[in-house]
Design a protein around this ligand. Sequence first.
Ligand SMILES: NC(=O)c1ccc[n+]([C@@H]2O[C@H](COP(=O)([O-])OP(=O)(O)OC[C@H]3O[C@@H](n4cnc5c(N)ncnc54)[C@H](O)[C@@H]3O)[C@@H](O)[C@H]2O)c1
Length: 331
Amino acid sequence: MAVLVVGGAGYIGSVTVRALLRAGRDVVVFDDLSTGFQEAVPAGAAFVRGATHDAAAVQQAVADHDIDVAVHFAAKKAAGDSMHRPGHYFAENVGGSNTLLDALRLAGVSRVVFSSSAAVYGNATALPIGEDAPKHPENPYGESKLIVEQMLRWYDTCHGLRSVSLRYFNAAGATDDGEVGEDFAQSTNLVPVLMKAVLGKRPPLEILGTDYPTRDGSAVRDYIHVEDLATGHVRAVEYLERGGATTAINLGTSQGSSVWEIVRAAEAVIGGPVPYVESPRRAGDAVELYADISRARELLGWEPVRGIAEIMDSEWKWRQRRPGGFVGAVN
Ligand SMILES: NC(=O)c1ccc[n+]([C@@H]2O[C@H](COP(=O)([O-])OP(=O)(O)OC[C@H]3O[C@@H](n4cnc5c(N)ncnc54)[C@H](O)[C@@H]3O)[C@@H](O)[C@H]2O)c1
């Protein structure tokens, strides 16, 4: 039986496809290539081009490839953009997931691993953030993830479809060998923006707030290496196969890193300075966010093994190899 990886041509999906293949799984990638790249799909996986909105294509892929579990990454993920066009995010992330889930269950798939996000919590105040913390999404993107989690609970109650919603904190880094990472065009997150500044592809990095009540004045977030995230998905598939119940699980490190610590980790790997300017805080940004990962340890037997040094090392290898990402020039 094979694993259907929906959105497997994207950043986290393509790294997870590699982890599933290493774990001895047959893998079929289903992706509309709206933000992903066929080039990111390794030779060992089958590829089907299709959208979550296309129920017939989903059912055909399941029938053609003998699928019994799906991992669902497909979504639009730019939280800031979602404030400008919420309808697009609800249509893609909620509407697309609704059609996909119905098509999957009608085709006989009864287990799903879903890419959720720490964005479901919003700016939590109690740290570390456990799964039962209050959910106050700060944007339509985070709301769309919470709605799909709630849909999944009802699909279990009503249809017996079991699922794990994995709430990632800040995904970062590339494969350990630097072969596959995130395309520059797709990300506005700290690590890729920092790398763009280092490579002269954008102005100096803006440090947004240097007067926060943290150990060095900059904001603190939980950066999780994409290879560790990928392992988390393999473990979640195994958990469902063992009969595990529907749940939501944080994937982070439980360690917060400040923006200055990220800058210093990058400088240590690059061997030179990161160009930056200090700017005022951005309205709405939380001071400090990091995960409680005890549920992932307990239910998945999962533990992150990489930190910000490994994130920077893999990211730098990837950026040097492909300064423009998939669409840009190859070194
Ligand atoms: N990158 C992060 O820091 C982060 C953090 C938390 C959660 N997530 C979630 O993880 C998932 C993967 O994120 P990513 O960073 O790899 O993003 P990505 O944009 O690189 O990957 C998404 C993939 O899904 C495909 N896709 C999008 N809409 C589709 C549709 N309607 N039908 C079929 N395919 C479709 C895209 O072509 C792409 O290959 C997303 O659901 C995202 O919301 C990401």
